[in-house]
Design a protein around this ligand. Structure first.
Ligand code: PMM
Length: 270
């Protein structure tokens, strides 16, 4: 999954794809690089970000969804709002990516249930302006698995069918850098829930921290690609269904390496 953030303030590509034509072209470039799905979002969810209103979100994303869908690209809509998801589906999106996992807008799971499209349910404890205060866990893996399981149950109760559900541990969302690593070291606990898994570590701050220079200066977001691809390898190896990244080329290669190795160990040629 390649990312097109139609936002002025996303941490790694904010402001680059604000113009609809540029954003559509970028989405097509991501497909060229190997993305199977393009995730279009209009609202930044970086820690501390303030919300925008639904009209602004729609104004940013609908022309991009329409443009990409018109080129036959499978588009997912990265939104926490049911109205926005609905309008994006009308414009041709085929998947809902809700970083609140159905918690920010009670009608979201209803929209997923009635439309029948897959929905990514991400582990979520609160909006971006306060989420980094919500990092207390007894055992981060066990607690995130439990809470995500509850989010899935809520979606199922609202009529979402099990085969529509994709789960995501939400790296960087209400998690410290250390906690992200603990989650990544235990992806099996998430695949054990029995739903397709999405892993989204691309360029995130914890990679900048890992790769910081001697003075402690974080590695800039656009220089975290090799580390991102390494995590894509780990995610694919753990059986992830989808890896969400800003630059799919290296991740597409990493995924092919893992697939080839899997074919080897299963004794079949690809
Ligand atoms: N992270 C961001 C945005 N959308 N969606 C999912 N499913 N999982 C994530 O971890 C996630 C997301 C953070 O911002 P970015 O678009 O700049 O990566």
């Amino acid at each position: 999954m390649g990312v097109v953030n139609v936002t002025p303030d996303s941490f790694s590509d904010g402001g680059k794809w604000l113009d609809a034509g540029t954003a559509v072209q970028h989405g097509l470039d991501l497909v060229e690089q190997g993305a199977d799905i393009v995730d279009v979002g209009g609202e930044s969810t970086r820690p501390g970000a303030l919300r925008i209103d639904a009209e602004e979100e729609l104004r940013r994303i609908i022309p991009v969804v329409t443009g990409l869908a018109g080129h036959g690209v499978p588009v997912s809509v990265d939104t926490m709002r049911a109205d926005v998801a609905e309008r994006a589906l009308d414009a041709g999106a085929v998947l809902i990516n809700d970083v609140s996992g159905g918690r920010a807008d009670a009608r979201m799971t209803h929209v997923a249930a009635t439309s029948g499209v897959p929905i990514v349910l991400m582990h979520w404890r609160g909006h971006a302006d306060g989420m980094q205060k919500l990092t207390q866990y007894d055992d981060v893996v066990r607690d995130v698995v439990t809470e995500l399981g509850e989010q899935v149950q809520e979606a199922l109760s609202a009529g979402v069918r099990p085969e529509q559900v994709v789960i995501d541990p939400g790296l960087g969302f209400s998690k410290t850098g250390e906690q992200n690593w603990t989650v990544l070291a235990n992806l099996d606990a998430f695949t054990a829930l029995g739903y397709p898994l999405l892993v989204a570590a691309s360029r995130k701050r914890f990679l900048g921290e890992l790769l910081a220079d001697e003075s402690g200066e974080l590695r800039p977001a656009d220089q975290r690609e090799a580390a991102t691809a390494a995590i894509s390898t780990i995610g694919a190896r753990a059986g992830a269904w989808c890896i969400r990244v800003h630059e799919p080329a290296s991740t597409a290669d990493a995924v092919r390496v893992v697939a080839r190795l899997r074919a080897e160990s299963e004794g079949s040629n690809p």
